[in-house]
Design a protein around this ligand. Structure first.
Ligand code: F6P
Length: 741
């Protein structure tokens, strides 16, 4: 509509300019013609009067006689006055009032002086008039002048009428032009465009476009229409082809597996060594009485990266935090892990109490952790903690550099504990490729600005060739922060930070789990094992919910238990029948905030249990200890639902582990929409953990969901975890890093 309007307005404007110019020229010519006609007429009339009047000049001493004579000329067409001016100043006029004043006196005098005709246009009595004056002679000598006044208003009227008629013609022309334009545009432009749009829409939803007719007799728009039809058909063919190809590829097993990752990296890395640096070690040795046990800690980093390292080999450098760790390493502080199937090397770095307190508990977990999670716990930044953070980063840099030989290597640094490490390594070894993966959220620049050492942290991270986050949202926040804090150039098309001639790319890599693990157990063995667990925990015949977390204020444990209390209150039919098992691993217990949180959670659980307790029945079983992976998997499999209520979480791998464990395609995942996993898991029941009523309703919905819906949702979730598993995550990250070699 806008186009049509613009077209009509410009057409009308151009037409108006052209019509007005032509009219002006025409009017000008017509006016000239009428004026010439009038002066000719005046000249002829004056000449015819001249002789007769001159004969009366003898009687100038008797003006009455001349007056009487000129009265005879009255009534000539458009002649409205006549003046006879004598050289001596005498004036005889018709009508008589012309005698007053000096009207046209100058013209008369000029005619006498020049002895020739003089003409002028002027106004008299509100009328436009023409004055034509010729000299009068007596015996060959000029004695006076005869002037004729003609009415000119007919010329003005004719011109005005002409303009009026032209305006009417133009309006009719404008109307015809507008209607014609409108129709032409409708038929030849907007109509075909609408047809093309419809065609594209139909092609998008997979409908076949109409068969193109012959092109010969078609216009340009029609040709475009057919070109689009053709393109739509080709696109559809390509789409079908791709669907088919991907079906074939999937059928051949392109899902990433540890074997595939291994083969892939053999070709990609071409002999390059892979190093992982993470604070948390994948295997901790601790004393149990006189024996030593080896456990895998509750850690997202370990869950994700241990299977990758088992597939690829290489070295994992981490803080040796177990009380029996020193007793289980060789002279180089190394050991092969996992102990039951050695696949890669774990190198332990030792920290003294002061270092651990400042770097791990202090700066990392009282500073950066709450800073990045924004879950209403105030970050604490102390200069001493920062100093230890710097020192420990240097210590890890040293430990890594000691291991590097001359060949190019790939270093994958994990998390917020090592923001300074990329630069420290690159300064010493510019030839190695470094990626840092930030496992927790990255807040907006204003929030991050709280950190007094934000510039150092960003500079340290930008030593990396590649910086990874779980979501694009966190990447954007990071780039915005760099833009705000450092002198650098952000290339928003490639998501790169260019600084001092070096580019660091920032990319999202949503981390995941190994979906294939534990496939060895037979169905029968599994059933037996689950029956045992049920018996041990008094869960036979019970409806079961499960939660698995490090006990951390970001996990929303208080909100979770309040929602469980609300369900029991609102739906009393669950009392005595519903049990929620919380597998809570104590975490960062030296930090006062964690101690008080643990106390608060404990008290709430006791209060709820006391309220609904009946004999041996308690609705919440809070198991506050470390749990092995197979034990956790048993609970995942027993549960009717798993509840993840994080107030803010980078990804949350518990959600993915639960789905991976449900080979029976049963069970419901209730997932906080503030966990990174919620971007992929749209088939989960998503909740706002702060909304207790809403979470309680989601639990009720999970428990009353029809089996078909449960299965459908779980199938969708499982297909995501199977396709986007941790091997694919590692392959994507390494592929991106290899590009920079
Ligand atoms: O998932 C985020 C994370 O900080 C990991 O980096 C870490 O392994 C995990 O939480 C557990 O924390 P921590 O190592 O402090 O026990």
């Amino acid at each position: 509509m806008k186009i049509t309007f613009r077209l009509i307005v410009s057409l009308l404007f151009t037409t108006a300019v052209v019509v007005a110019s032509f009219c002006y020229l025409q009017v000008h010519a017509e006016e000239k013609r009428l004026n010439e006609e009038l002066s000719l007429r005046a000249a002829v009339l004056a000449k015819s009067f001249e002789g007769a009047i001159e004969s009366y000049l003898t009687y100038t001493e008797q003006p009455e006689r001349l007056k009487k004579y000129i009265e005879k000329f009255q009534g000539h067409k458009r002649l409205i006055g006549l003046i006879v001016d004598m050289k001596d100043g005498q004036r005889i006029t018709l009508p008589p009032e012309l005698a007053q004043g000096d009207l046209f006196r100058k013209e008369s005098e000029k005619a006498m002086a020049e002895n020739g005709a003089v003409e002028s246009n002027s106004k008299w009595k509100q009328r436009k008039v023409n004055y034509y004056v010729i000299p009068l002679a007596k015996e060959g000598e000029t004695v006076g002048a005869l002037g004729l006044i003609h009415d000119r208003t007919f010329i003005v009227k004719q011109i005005t009428d002409f303009w009026k008629n032209s305006a009417i013609s133009f309006s009719i022309l404008a109307l015809i032009l507008s209607i014609t334009t409108l129709l032409i545009i409708r038929w030849s432009v907007t109509g075909p465009i609408a047809r093309i749009a419809e065609l594209i829409r139909r092609a998008t939803v997979g409908e076949m476009p109409a068969q193109p007719k012959s092109l010969e007799e078609k216009g340009e728009i029609e040709k475009l229409f057919f070109a689009v039809s053709h393109m739509a058909s080709s696109l559809k063919a390509v789409k079908l082809d791709l669907v088919e190809q991907s079906r074939l590829v999937n059928a051949q097993g392109t899902v990433w597996t540890k074997e595939r990752l291994k083969d892939y990296l053999l070709t990609k890395l071409q002999g390059k060594q892979l190093y992982v640096v993470a604070n948390r070690e994948p295997y901790i040795h601790r004393k149990k009485g006189s024996a030593i046990e080896c456990i895998m800690p509750a850690s997202g980093v370990v869950t994700a990266l241990d299977p990758v390292m088992r597939a690829t080999g290489g070295m994992w450098i981490a803080h040796g935090a177990g009380d029996a760790d020193r007793e289980t390493v060789d002279k180089k502080d190394q050991l092969r892990v996992p102990p039951w199937k050695p696949s890669y090397t774990l190198k332990r770095v030792w920290l003294n109490e002061e270092e651990e307190k400042g770097y791990y508990y202090g700066f990392s977990n009282e500073g950066l952790w709450p800073l990045c999670h924004i879950s209403h716990v105030r970050p604490v930044f102390r200069i001493d903690d920062w100093k230890q953070y710097e020192r420990v980063n240097q210590k890890f840099a040293g430990a890594l550099l000691d291991e590097l030989d001359d060949s190019p290597s790939m270093i994958l640094i994990q998390d917020y504990h090592f923001a300074l490490l990329p630069k420290l390594i690159k300064d010493m070894r510019p030839d190695v490729k470094v990626a840092i993966f930030w496992h927790i959220p990255w807040p907006n620049p204003e929030a991050f600005g709280i950190c007094p050492w934000q510039g150092d942290i960003l500079e340290g991270m930008l030593g990396s060739d590649l910086i990874g986050f779980h979501t694009q949202y966190h990447c954007n926040n990071f780039l915005d922060t760099v833009d705000r804090v450092l002198e650098s150039r952000i290339d928003w098309t490639t998501f790169g930070v260019i600084r001092g001639g070096k580019t660091s790319y920032v990319r999202p890599f949503p981390i995941s789990v190994d979906c294939s693990s534990d496939g060895q157990m037979t169905v029968e063995a599994q059933t037996d094992e689950l029956a045992k667990v049920k018996k041990n925990f008094g869960l036979e015949g019970k409806i079961i919910g499960v939660g698995v977390d490090r006990i951390d204020y970001t996990k929303g444990l208080l909100e979770r238990f309040r929602a469980i209390e609300r369900v029991l209150e609102k739906y009393p039919q669950y009392q005595g029948k519903f049990v929620f098992i919380e597998l809570g691993a104590p975490s960062r217990t030296l930090i006062p905030g964690y101690q008080s949180h643990m106390k608060e959670v404990d008290e709430l659980v006791q209060k709820i249990n006391a309220r609904f307790q009946n004999g041996n029945y308690k609705p919440i079983v809070f198991l506050k200890e470390h749990h092995g992976q197979s034990e956790i998997r048993n609970f995942y499999r027993l549960a009717n639902f798993c509840l993840v209520s994080s107030l803010h979480d980078g990804m949350n791998l518990v959600a993915k582990e639960f789905v991976a464990a449900r080979q029976d395609e049963n069970g419901v995942l209730i997932l906080s929409r503030f966990a990174g996993a919620s971007h992929e898991f749209i088939s989960a029941l998503q909740i706002n953990p702060y909304d207790i009523e809403g979470t309680a309703e989601a639990i009720h919905q999970a428990l009353t969901m029809l089996p078909e819906e449960r299965q459908e949702r779980m199938r969708k979730l499982r297909s995501i975890v199977q396709e986007y598993n941790v091997y694919r995550w590692a392959a994507d990250l390494i592929t991106e890093l290899v590009k920079s070699f």
